[in-house]
Design a binder for this molecule. Structure first.
Ligand code: GDP
Ligand code: IMO
Ligand code: MG
Length: 432
């Protein structure tokens, strides 16, 4: 599968939560190194095996495989508080962690006052809010681009404390100028000062790990024939450029993000694994053409257990959106498709697929740059459901005919084959 000297990329093709964590965990035995390239603790990647369940936010999903090295790349924004909670939740010994996890010196920090600003901005937007995870992602990436962010490398410099205080003061002034009192906000149930002291404890933990020039490390690893998988977070339809702006996250979630987020040249990219659910979900606000408000939507949420891994919010559910999927395949140059959560559709008599949109009276086959529920209507076809429990099947070719028809229809529409089908949350529930 892996092309020598090239890194493979794995990413989401919808609005996040496609099951990236599970698939990275499944594919990890074929790799030496798993590297996260963007996003931060807004991500929640769920892994299940041996009757245990883990949710990863910042740590790459290869962490449970002994011998595999995990890297948090320069494109990631790190919150030390979430990071230390995450480490504690894994049950991995801290000494052992330092042998399997390394962090880029260039990764940016999410300050407690970035979280404050996230809450302030969302509150001020009122009903127009983005539905951010409130983890400080937007403000941290804003400061990165404004060239005033703090990187892990900065924490080792003598002027770090001054830089930290100065940036925090700017954030406080900003919040005050917008009419907010810092004392009105809670940070994981704590006041600012207590949270800030947890933040510095978390920073000490991160600083006990090896900080590396990860772009050099990863490129050298490829030169030496090591197999590298770049792990994305969120999904293509949440990408800052190609998502449904402004209802997006603040990073490039697409394959190109692996280049900037790890220091990989485009010529270094091998396979691009695109993960999609057999239907669609979205958490947070913003357009969702195929969203269901009826009993089918409730059933998808129930069977798929569609509640956010990071915030616990109910996920909005809808039928598979093929124009959006094809667009994501194009933007990422997907070479291999992976479909998850096929089992969630087991009970449906009929399954709908959106095959085009009616946009301002015209039929189109891609998501336009500006739209809302009034000017865009999805057009559907309906396919027969398979009404079969998928747990007994051992390979894709054995699957029920109706599901194979569903798979073939998607493959033909988007022009890439589906190589892997996931039929349950556990590591073992996977068909090739
Ligand atoms: P990620 O953010 O892309 O890693 O996905 P999340 O972990 O946020 O959400 C995916 C959810 O679906 C998790 O609860 C997974 O355990 C679960 N999951 C993954 N694959 C499957 C599948 O094939 N079937 C079912 N029923 N659940 C799955
Ligand atoms: P994983 O990696 C699903 C959504 C939020 C919100 C928007 C902006 O688990 O797939 P942000 O906190 O980034 O400013 O929020 O993006 N969002 C996600 N939705 N899965 C995620 O990550 C998400 N990360 C952010 O709900 O609508
Ligand atoms: Mg998730």
């Amino acid at each position: 599968m892996n092309i020598p000297g090239k890194a493979d990329v794995l990413l989401g093709l919808q609005w996040g939560d496609e099951g990236k964590g599970k698939i990275v965990d499944v594919l990890t035995p074929g790799y030496d190194l798993i590297a996260r390239f963007q996003g931060g603790p807004n991500a929640g990647h769920t892994l299940e095996f041996d009757n245990k369940k883990f949710v990863l936010h910042t740590i790459p999903s290869g962490i449970f495989h002994p011998g595999c090295l995990n890297i948090i790349g320069n494109g990631v924004v790190i919150d030390p508080v979430t990071f230390s909670l995450e480490v504690d939740s894994l049950g991995i010994d801290r000494d052992q962690l330092s042998t399997s996890l390394m962090v880029s010196c260039r990764a940016q920090l999410i300050l407690p006052s970035h979280r404050l600003l996230d809450m302030v901005y969302e509150q001020d937007k009122g009903i127009a809010k983005i539905g951010s995870t409130l983890k400080g992602i937007g403000p941290a990436y804003t400061d990165k681009i404004a060239r005033c962010g703090l990187r892990l490398a900065d924490t080792k410099e003598p002027d770090f404390s001054d830089k930290y205080q100065s940036l925090k003061n700017i954030h406080f002034e900003l919040a005050k100028s917008l009419g907010h009192d810092i004392d009105d906000f809670l940070f994981d149930g704590m006041g600012f000062d207590m949270y800030e002291s947890r933040w510095f404890d978390g920073l000490a933990l991160i600083n006990s790990l090896k900080h590396i020039e990860s772009e050099v490390y990863v490129n050298h690893a490829l030169d030496k024939g090591k197999k590298v998988l770049a792990e994305g977070a969120q999904g293509t339809l949440l990408d800052i450029d190609f998502g449904f702006y402004p209802f997006v996250t603040s990073s490039n979630t697409i394959a190109a993000g692996a280049c900037t987020g790890l220091g990989l040249a485009p010529s270094r990219i091998g396979e691009v694994f695109g993960i999609f659910k057999a239907y669609c979900t979205r958490v947070g606000s913003g357009p969702f053409p195929t969203e269901l408000f009826d009993q089918d939507g409730d059933l998808l949420r129930k069977y798929g257990n569609e509640f956010g891994s990071t915030t616990g919010r109910p996920r909005r559910c809808g039928w598979l959106d093929l124009p959006a999927l094809k667009y994501s395949v194009m933007i990422n140059g997907v070479t291999r498709l992976i479909m998850t959560k096929a089992d969630v559709l087991n009970e449906f008599d009929a399954i709908k697929l959106c095959v085009s949109y009616l946009y301002k009276g015209k039929k189109i086959h891609f998501p336009p740059s500006v739209y809302n529920e009034n000017n865009l209507k999805p057009s559907y076809i309906s396919m027969k459901g398979w009404k079969t429990d998928l747990s007994r099947f051992k390979s894709i070719k054995e699957l029920p005919a109706a599901l194979l028809d569903y798979i073939r229809f998607i493959e033909e529409y988007v022009g890439v084959n589906i190589d892997i089908v996931s039929t349950g949350p556990d590591r073992s529930q996977i068909l090739y």
